[in-house]
Ligand binder design. Sequence first.
Ligand code: PBG
Length: 328
Amino acid sequence: MASYPSTRLRRLRQTDWTRRLVREHTLTPDDLIWTVIVSDRADPTEAVPSMPGVERLNVAKAAKSAVRARALGIPAIAIFPNIDPSLKDDQGSKADDPDGLVANCIKAMKDAAPEVGIICDVALDPFTNHGHDGILENGEILNDPTIERLIEQALMQAEAGCDVIAPSDMMDGRVGALRTALDEEGFESVLILSYAAKYASAFYGPYRDAIGSSTALQGDKKTYQMDPANTDEALREVALDIDEGADMVMVKPGMPYLDIVARVKAEFEMPTYAFQVSGEYAMIKAAEANGWIDGERAMMESLLAFKRAGADGILTYFAPWAAEILNG
Ligand code: PBG
């Protein structure tokens, strides 16, 4: 192997043009999925204190965000609902409400900017008064009965015009059950983006504030979300979801799990996404607000890191700001 002094790696770093010429990875607006919090009470926007810069949007504002995404070249938006507590119950009965917030947002957004993909979470937590993603009985989350409810939720979303169903619940077997149900109802073109390797993480804290499930959550989600100590298990989760019909797979959270992103991409060569979650966003914004880091540079560096690790795209609350910078 060539060595110093004939080899000097700094030669290629000395000017902007050489750095650009040898750059291995790039970030473009095409890589971004904008995560948007919607609310049935926002008036018309409402700040999320633990996520500076992020607002809960009402339906009309959500439609405007789709128009903004189109203008910025962001391919898709993922919506997450903050539901009025009076509409929550222990079964998550409103999760498949065809006249509810999610259905109304999907329709308004597809009307306003049909070219922008709409992605919806499939999980009961925004709708349950206990804050869990599934049906809770005697302290246990019931797998198969939860899947039945997820199917009803997903069919409502597809009916409203959702392009991508994204199960984030981590029940076993839900991807296959959703694929079968969607196909049976004539939604064979609706995509499935599986939260395949989703960890029981402290980094979801600000999100649970944003959707109003943090005060509600009883206990933790460790019986269905993955143990942060595991990597082989992530590959098994991803393999099952691909087998069951997932079109795209996701690793979540993002930056603390780049090793998982890299392994999943290398092993399966599937469209692979990483979710830069609420806590990751909050950390960068908090450090920026304190003057401890350059927030803009940290944002762009964190997003590029996902590409370097092998992600095809990133779900991120930073999407519109990053796209503005990328568009010059
Ligand atoms: C719920 C869901 C969560 C997130 C997306 N969907 C949180 C959780 O599992 O408790 C987290 C998003 C974020 O932190 O930005 N099924």
